[in-house]
Design a protein. Structure first.
Length: 152
């Protein structure tokens, strides 16, 4: 399941819904990203996320498909919020279910690394000293490149 939304999500509720009535899952790994009150500047008061509807969901679906080709996954959920968010708000959720833990761990990490570099989201941070668009991080690119050539 892929959702791009403004509404807040509850990670536990999403995981519970994923597992409802299932006995084929041996491991669930999830990652919840939160808005920080610091980044390029130390006084972030809000973060606004923009996206290109349709393109964003297609990009996320492509990334999910790649994960499913690499690992034997039972289920995947990706939720990414857009709009204006405050520090401490959840921004992204990736939940991966598999029969075995290693596949779930690796797939979750792969999904986040790819999402950070390939999904078309634009972030603007708001601070007391002004607003600015968030720059791409070299470390995010390095993290994504390590998956080139197959499973790590």
């Amino acid at each position: 399941m892929i959702r791009v939304q403004q509404e807040r999500f509850e990670a536990g509720d999403v995981q519970q819904a994923m597992l409802q009535g299932r006995s084929d899952v041996g491991a669930v790994v999830s990652f919840t990203g939160l808005v920080r009150d610091f980044n390029e500047r130390p006084d972030v008061t809000a973060l606004t996320l923009e996206h290109y509807p349709g393109m964003t969901e297609a990009s996320l679906a492509e990334i999910e498909d790649e994960a499913r080709q690499r690992w034997p996954l039972e289920d995947v959920t990706i939720i990414h919020r857009v709009g204006r968010l405050a520090p401490g708000d959840p921004i992204v959720l990736v939940v991966v279910a598999s029969a075995h833990r290693r596949a779930a761990y690796e797939a979750c990490e792969f999904l986040m690394d790819q999402l950070k570099t390939r999904a078309p989201f634009w972030k603007k941070e708001h601070t007391a000293s002004g607003d600015y668009w968030v720059s791409e991080r070299c470390q995010d690119r390095a993290d994504a490149r390590r998956w080139e050539g197959g499973v790590q």
